[in-house]
Design a protein around this ligand. Sequence first.
Ligand code: JFZ
Length: 589
Amino acid sequence: MSQLNRSRFAALLLTLAFAATHPARLAAADDDRMAWFRHDKFGMFVHWGPYSLLAGEWQGNRIHPGDEAEWIMQRFNIPVADYREMAHGLNPVRFDATQFARLAKAAGMKYLVVTAKHHDGFAMYHSKVSRYNIVDWTPFKRDIVKELSEACRKEGIRFCVYYSHREDWEDPNGYGNHWDYDPAKKDFEKYLREKSMPQVRELLTEYGPLGLIWFDRGIDTTEQARRFIDLVHELQPQCLINGRVGNYGHELLGDYQDMNDNGMPTGGLDEYWETPQTLNGTWGYSKFDQEWKTPANVIQRLVEIVSKGGNYLLNIGPMADGTVPAPSVAVLEQVGAWMRRNGESIYGTSACPVGQFPWGRCTVKGERVYLHAFQRPAGGVLRVSGLRNEVKAAYLLQAPGRKLEVSQQNGVAVIGLPAQGWEEGSTVVVLEVAGKPEAEPVPLTQGSDSPFQLDSINCRTAGGALKRFNRDGKFHIGRWTKPEDQAAWDLLVSQPGRYRARIRYAARQEWAGRKYVVQVGDQLLEKTVEPTGDWYAYKSFDLGVVNLPRKGPLRVIIRPAQAAGQNLMYFESLSLEPETVAGRLGRVD
Ligand code: JFZ
């Protein structure tokens, strides 16, 4: 067999392999641990501590709307002695844990994450490790975390805690307080050994089963992060860990990834993720920030996040007396009313395979597609392109008995909407389809003289290759270690010709030297990974010229050339830049 035929044969095998390989799935072993997280979608974040007593003001200095009131000690370099003195005054006499749990329930939230210790170092539970806590340090003398854990269990809300495991402005060896303590004299390992890890142990042993621990702001080394991960797994193996447990600049650890605060990804991820968001502009209570999101805005954010496969952790910032700001309650109660009518289109759904629409988003579950129309489209019809399935019926989720007119032509389903039944936030139209909802693959096309830009969002992954967040909440492909771990793109070539191929990736020194294959149609390029300096130090490399011989469909696949024990690279993109536009000059063989 000639070299060219061998290459073509190999390319054919690759193509078949990819077609037979299911898209990357999260590790099966995770599924049972992640089942509740994957189903519940919507949680309540509670930021509460001595900063709530200051309410955004210190000696006439104000935290402005949009800034984080729980950072007040750091913003105004409040001396730790003054902050400690102030904290003695925390006395939330109107606190009622059942009211918090019932508010979460009324909002349609299924889990609650409360700040057990935020960056100010103050524990909202009865810690034996440090007297700087709500029981020993204040006249309140009650264990807020304990009361909340009990109330949540009674109300069927999964109880979780937030713990800032690196940042601690009260402890001389904690990270972050440079205004009272000399950073050069800090013994961070002593802090981990004597406060941070012992307090996490207390939370894991004295407050019942935790749904998750929400670590924050990373930590210096992966080894330190693994100590916290091992501690959680030792004491509560079912307890999930968020992605901020580790150094953001290293391989992202944790059971799921957190977006940046108030972040919203492009979507199309192969891993579990969550975005934490505020209801106004601050996590901790501020009397100056009254810029509350509307119920419709919260509903649309929830739908957007869930339609991209994520969870929504929405915050309340209780006041110092233990009450929840009335505007927060009002918004959450209206969101809950919508959830009671439409929760079927949120809980237990998966990311929409057919992308986003100008009129709204979609979620899927079983053989149903839930169309979330954020506003009534002109002409009173919804157009859904890219759905491969036959639509068997369509109706408003609120009026299942009244079938809507549906037509399907050339891969576009057109659904006629009734004049009434419109909802604030999102109106849900259900499509009952034949089989599991699938997207008609939409090939990547090119404008005149324009390159193809293949990236980690518009590709399909197979095997173990995962579209993951990187440190900045953008994306890359990682965790590919063997030839069946692949990324593929389907192109529609309109300009045959010679194209300059350039790849952009990050690769640590220990990954360098690994071979990878770039298949462009029936051309196979075998290349070697070059080191780029660090986990997220993305660099571009010229791969040479490839030929896109004819108009029409063409598949590109990237994969490791051989199996190896570790990651190939953090792939960001591959560009194919036309060298000559042969399309205008006829075919190029
Ligand atoms: C952190 C905390 O500093 C903040 O007070 C609050 O608790 C929030 C939920 O988490 O703030 C962050 C952490 C990470 C990012 C942004 C704000 N980030 O990765 O962009």
